[in-house]
Structures are given as structure tokens and as C-alpha cells.
Design a protein around this ligand. Sequence first.
Ligand SMILES: Nc1ncnc2c1ncn2[C@@H]1O[C@H](COP(=O)(O)OP(=O)(O)OP(=O)(O)O)[C@@H](O)[C@H]1O
Ligand SMILES: [Mg+2]
Length: 1020
Amino acid sequence: FLRRTLGSDGVRITMESALTARDRVGVQDFVLLENHTSEAAFIENLRKRFKENLIYTYIGSVLVSVNPYKDLEIYTKNHMERYRGINFYEVSPHIYAVSDNSYRSMRTERRDQCILISGESGAGKTEASKKILQYYAVTCPASDQVETVKDRLLQSNPVLEAFGNAKTLRNDNSSRFGKYMDIQFDFKGAPVGGHILNYLLEKSRVVHQNHGERNFHIFYQLIEGGEEDLLRRLGLERNPQQYQYLVKGNCPKVSSINDRSDWKVVRKALSVIGFSEDEVEELLNIIASVLHLGNIQYGGEDSGNAYITTDTQIKYLARLLGVDGLVLKEALTHKKIIAKGEELKSPLNLEQASSARDALSKAVYGRTFTWLVNKINVSLAYKNASVIGLLDIYGFEVFQHNSFEQFCINYCNEKLQQLFIELTLKSEQDEYEAEGITWEPVQYFNNKIICDLVEEKFKGIISILDEECLRPGDASDITFLEKLENTVGGHAHLTTHKLTDGKTRKVMGREEFRLLHYAGEVNYNVNGFLDKNNDLLFRNLKEVMCMSDNKILTQCFDRAELKDSRRPETAATQFKTSLAKLMEILMSKEPSYVRCIKPNDAKQAGRFDEVLIRHQVKYLGLMENLRVRRAGFAYRRHYETFLQRYKSLCPETWPSWQGKLADGVSTLVKHLGYKPEEYKLGRSKIFIRFPKTLFATEDALETRKHSLGERESHVSHAVVVQAWWKGILACRRARRRREAANTIRRFIKGFIYRHNERCPENEYFLDYVRYSFLMKLRRNLPKTVLDKSWPTPPTALIEASERLRKLYMQNMVWGYCKRINPEWKHQLEQKMVASEIFKNKKDNYPQSVPKLFVGTRLNGEEINPKVLQSLGSEKMKYAVPVTKYDRKGYKARPRQLLLTSNSAVIVEEAKLKQRIDYAALKGISVSSLSDGVFVLHVPTEDKKQKGDVVLQSDHIIETLTKVAICADKVNSININQGSITFTMGQGREGIIDFTSGSELLVAKAKNGHLSVVSRNNGGI
Ligand SMILES: Nc1ncnc2c1ncn2[C@@H]1O[C@H](COP(=O)(O)OP(=O)(O)OP(=O)(O)O)[C@@H](O)[C@H]1O
Ligand SMILES: [Mg+2]
């Protein structure tokens, strides 16, 4: 039953979860504070939670975070998983909940998001923004390409921190620039790119640091961590004390910082982001040259003109910056003026010379920093993405002495406050409208009047300052202050020492003006305003830098700048313009807020300094936040959820309400005794004005639950179990669907890429094709040696398939041979001989193939014993009944053909009619047709013989195969087309003509030939 509803302003609280938590440690949401206007109650709630390490608390959808100054075990991967995809209020408040909520809104509502992190120095803004980035890096979907982007996004932090952060009194790792970073996500929700905007780097730190503070980290990292020969190349010594720019704060070492290991981290990060070795070298050349610049010392001539006393620096500078040493030297001691079209050089005095040198250092460093940000942007560039923006920008600053920087920073905070008011009020108003509830104007202070005071054209403070900067003559910080008094002196939010009453005058300096910011009063000392706003670099120094060989500097100092005769925009105007752009960016997105608070000034864990915190609560405008959030109604819930939870409190709505939801809710709250001013019914939601109404209802529910008895609890348990189980089933189904969709997607992709080389896109498909071919083959292997079928292989497997086929066939043949018995072997050998002789040559051969050859066609009893006797010891190999055709008249006579080991014998009853020794057998003729006639040729000169013998056998193939084998005459069988000529004895010849017809017929023809007509499909 813990559920959230999404309102137009993002996430709405669910009273239930907040209520369940209310008894634990304070309230998780300040909206639940009974006395919401009491600052003391607010701070007490913060304190209670802080003591229990609960550093996060909500004000509606705003997250308040108190810096714990110790590592809490709440940022593990498990924690990230716990907050992933979960409803905002189901778990305790966390930076991950805000991250996840923004991510999910971006994905589901397709609206770009931004997370605005504010708070004073050391409150934990940068840490918070890193936690958000890590959350996305770990929990968002990814691919290989995304990994590099993720790495670059994450690695941009150490680089920017090295160049833009420094140890200050308030924070050992204080960001000295404002940062807005877009994280870009593709349609799958994977982080694919990013873009960074930087604001107002504190350049003055390059040349000067307050006591106890340091310059930017990179200088110390280079000196402590840089390799020996790198330092040698850069002309640096491994001792920060040697450098004027690093000793102003007298604080080269900080216990919480390890410059040497940070150096390694930064070097690695630079290469991850895509810096080449050359680029790193040039970047370090610049960093080193700033240190050398700082060590340039001047001496004063009697005339007062400055000259350089330290020539070694010039030598290094010339090499590192890639400029002419003499020109640089000249530019550091002279000023070039163009008067009436003529160039004049005037020498600088000591003070002017050292401020020119410092101006150069600041310009070089400042511009290099901007170049660095651009370079990172190039490496993160991506188009057409959904965006979550992270704003990590300086919070309100109020020091003992406030200068131009604090003026800019506090102006920035006024703008952000205005955006906050507009967006929060607007979304509240939108929801009221959508629900048809009359909007009750919220009393709040609109700080637009202060923004206007600062930024308005012509009359605003920035315009007045610019005017003084540009004005020829004796303009100074004091004339600026006077001008302020004259122009905006009457403004309700500005006063000066001169204009104010006696009481305030006591706490203001003569050179100060006071602004009444939305968060409180701040006195600004005008000293240095003009210089800082002008941010001037003498023209001849600019010219030198434009001639540099260093590739980074050529990008930073553009020659076009020299030709431009207009004055460059002042620092304040540039800042105003970039803020206006930032507001535009933020306006187009749905905001979430993280407000960071620093618990004490000592950077100590567990110390809750109430005075300090009260101050921040005030300057962060948290009470105002809460007031706006609570101005109308504390809670709003969808009817359905409300009824579902509280229906048991009213007999009419229990156990279920059949009518319209709105009527049900109305019945319920009337039964509960809600007074008309306590709630309103909208189109789909009930709006409840005070938390106490809800607390009462919730308490009633607790009591009711106990009295509902056992049965109810069983029922509700059953319902819970059922819901659980249903949930599990649904998850499984969803998972299977997802997997199926993925498989199909991979398959289609693989099909498209199937002709490419094997690559991640097609490997699944190709493997599948191989696998399925092999499986198909397994099912369809040929069953016999004669079966020549074989599945068609895919292209990739042609060779393998052929090898497999051969192997398989060999194997099958081998198995077959092994199974053959001697008898069958003999049979096959004869069949082989038959095939050799007759295959494709004699028409009735094919019919003979399936018929087995027999040992003999006449057994012992069928042959006359006398014949057997006269054959004596000769072994009988084969006997078959045949028809003999007489040489004269071709009369058909039944005979027996016997094959012995030596000869073929023709027998008539008991008589041995003719005996042909195999040695004498000249040849055997037979026709190509399907008849059974054959001729045994004998030599004519052999007187014993009566000539060739014409015989006919019904088993012609078998008979002749046997003859061929017994007589070893395989090669002496002639298969003839048409006719056979044979000798009849006494030198006469006979001719047999072969034709085919419908009937078998053997007879003497009119021409005296023997005519043999064989049937088309004749017998054997
Ligand atoms: N969630 C946290 N858990 C543990 N320590 C933290 C956390 N947030 C901040 N800190 C500690 O506080 C220090 C200061 O935090 P951080 O640098 O984020 O401040 P900041 O608001 O960015 O300040 P600045 O405006 O000076 O840049 C960190 O270096 C760290 O030691
Ligand atoms: Mg910071």
C-alpha cells in the first residue's frame, strides 16, 4: 500500500509511508511538521535525524542534505539497487531517490530534467553531484560504446577538480567555479554523452590566496607528482615553497589531500578523456609557465620605471609559452597605447608592472580552464538525446568582507530562487487547475525586485558598474559607490553607509553598500569592483600571447580579438548573459532540488552547530520552501488510493464501495468528521489541508486494524500472499517476453548482417544457422550405403559438410563390409564381374542385378551319371540348361552346359556332345539387346571342333558371368549391336541378326541368317 502519485510538480508524498516513519526519527518530510512555520521545529527535526546519521530529509520533492563529514554506508551498489525503479517515498529519503525519480520522469514523460544542487561552500554539493553521476553510471543500461562515455563522464570530475578546485578555509576541495552539466541519454536510457557549462572561475586565486588557503590543486599535484624529467623539462623544482603564487596562503600541504596520488588520477583521467600526449605536454607547459610568471620580480629605476630582475624565468617562459623572450620582457614592463592612430609605448611603474604580470597569469589560466572544459565537451559530444542536467553552483555567500565575487554569486542565487518560486508555484497552480480547485494565492516574497535591481538595463547595479568602468576620466570604486547612491539610492533593497540610519551605519563600512537579498542582508565592499569587472589585459600582452606556438594558447588567444576595436564585455555583464542562458536552459526542464547544509565549520563528523545551521536554513530559503509547499494543502491523494486505505473506517464503504469513487470518499470523510475547511474534493483527488487531519485518520486506522480481528488479518494475509504470487508470475512472464523480444531482435539483426564477417551483430545468428544445420543433419543421415541424400549446408559450412559426408560414408561402408559373410562376398564378387561386363551394355542387365546368382542350376540328379563319370575327377563348377541351335537349319535342341575347372561341356542326355577347353575358347559374343543368345567361339583350325556353338540361356547374365569367371575370359566377351558373325566349320560363316520386337522369337530367316527378336523388356 505504499504508493506514490505523480503530480504536476513531480513527486507527491504519500502520507502513509511518511506517517509510518514519523515515529521513528523525526519526520522524513518537513511537510509533515505540525508547526511548519517554526524554524525551531524545523531545525530540531534536522538535528534528531542527523544524530541518527539520517542526513536526508524531504520538503515535498526537495531533498535537504546535511554533510555528515564521514563515510556512511549508504552509497553501495545494494543501495543503488534498492532505489532503482522504486517509488519516491517507499524508502527513506536519499540522493538516489531523487536521481532515480528524475531518470524515470525523463524516460516515461519524455521531459528533460534538471537537478539543482545548492548550498554553501563545504555543504556537499559536489559530492552530491558525483553521487548522482555514479548512480546513473551503475544503474543505467549500457553497451561497450557506452562504457567509454561513462568513463569519460566520470573522469571529467577529477580533471575539472584539479584545475578548478582548491583548498579554502571552508572546504579542502572547494569548487572555485560554477558548473552545469548535461548528462545525455539515448532512447534506451543509456548515458551516451554530456556537456558542461562553466561559470565564473575564481581567477584571482591564481595570483593570491588568503591565509590558510591554497592555489588550484593542479599546481601542487604537478610539483609533488610530476616525474623528474618532466619537471626538468618544465624548469620546475619539487618544492612548492619556491613559487610565489603558491605561498601566499602559507599552506602548501593539507593533511586530507595527497597531491602525489591525485596527480596519477588526473594523468589517467586526461588520457581516458582523450588527451593526446602532446596536448598534455602543452597543457602542463602552460601550468608551469604560470608558476614562472609568478616568480618574475621587478626592480625600480630611479625614474620609477620597472625592469625585470629575474632573467631565468623569461628564458623558461619563452620556451614554455612558445614566444619571443625579448618581446615578452618588453610587454611585461611597458604598456602600448594607440593615440590618434599612433602606437605609443609607455613604461610601467613597479606596481603597474606586477599587476600586468598577474593579469597575464589570470588570463592565461582562466582561458586555459575554459579550453579544458571545451575539450571535455568535445569528447562527450552526442546529439539528439534526452537530458538530465546537474547544477553544482555556489550557494549564498556572506563573509565578513564581501566583494565583487560574492556580489556575482549572490546575484546568481537570487536568479535561482526566482526560478524556484516560478516553477514551484506554477506547478502547484497547474495541479489545482487540473483538479478544478480554486487557486488560493500564496503569500510569498517575490524576489524579482532584487533581480531587477541588479540586472536591469541602464538602472541596474551591473549597468552602473559597467558605465563607471567605461567612463573616461577619474572613475574609481568610490565614484561607483556614489553613482549607486545617486541612481538607486532610494531602492527598498539597497542602502549605503551614507544613506542609512544610525543603527545600521554602525555595522557598515564607508566603502560598503548593502543589499537586502531574499535570504538576508549582505554588505559589499566596493574596493576592487572596477578592476575585477574590467578584467583588463594590456594589449601588448595579448599580442604576445597571440603569437604563441603553444597550440592550446593559440586557441585561447584569437588574433581576431586584436582587430576588434570594441571593448570586451565586462565580467559582470558576461556573467549576467551566461546566467540568463542558464535560466533558459533550466526553465525548459523539470527541476528537482537538492539543498545542502554544512553542520559545522570544523569539517567534523557528528557536530551539529545550531547557529550555523539556522543561518543556512535561512539563506537557502528552506522555510520559504516549506511555506510555499504547505500554503494550500499539505496532501493530495487519488480517490482510489485514499478509499482503498481508509474504507474500513466507515460502515458504508466497508468492505467495498460500489458507487462512484468521489462519492465514496465524500461519504468516508463525512463519517470521519472532516470539517469543510480541512479538505477539498477535486476531479480525481482529495486535497487535505493539515497534517493533523491525516494523523488522526491514520491513528483511527491503527485502532481499527486491531479490532478487525483474526479473520480479517487472515484474509489480508491471504491477499498479500496472493498479490505477491501474482507479482512474481507477472515478473516471470515479463522476463520471458523480454527475452523473447531480445532473441527476435538479435535474430533479425543477425539476418541483416549475415553476409558480413563474423561480428557481434551476427554471431548469434551464424551460430544458430550452424547449429540448426548440424541438428538437421543428425536427423537426416543416410540410412544405407546406397542412399546418396545429404542436407544442403549453409555457405560457411560447405567444406565441413563435405568432410563430414565423406567420413560418414567411409564409416558406413566400413561397417557394411565388416558385416558381409563369405558366401555373400562371393555373390558380390560375381555381381561385380557381371557389372564390369554388362553394365550399360546389355539391355537385360539391370533386371539381373536384384536377382541373386545361384551356385548351379542343375543338381547331381539332373545330370546323367554317365556324363559325370566321363568327366572323371574334373570338378563341376556350374551347370545350366540351355538351347542349342544347329549349325544347319538352326534347329533348337535342349542341351546342358556344364562348366568344369578346365572346360565348358555341352551335353545331350548321356552324351558329351562337345567339349571346349577354356584355353581354346577364343571369345564369347552376345547381343546388346535383351535376348539370351550367345556364341562360344572356337578356333577354326581345331579339327576336333565342329565350329562355334550358338546357345541360348534363360539366365544369360549369370551364365556368361560364370563362363567368364571359370574360363578367365572377362575381357573376351564381345557385346554386339545388330549381328554376330560366327564360323560353322569348314570355313563357312553364319550370321545371327538381332532385333527387338514384342515377342521373343528365334528362327531361321529367309536370308538364311538366324533371326533373334528379343522382347523390349526381355527376360534373362
Ligand atoms: N555525502 C557525504 N558523505 C561523506 N562526506 C561528505 C558528503 N558530502 C560531503 N562530504 C565531505 O565534505 C567535503 C566537502 O564537500 P563538497 O566538496 O561536495 O562541498 P561543496 O558544497 O561542493 O563545496 P564548494 O562550494 O566549496 O565546492 C567533501 O570533501 C567530503 O569530505
Ligand atoms: Mg564543490
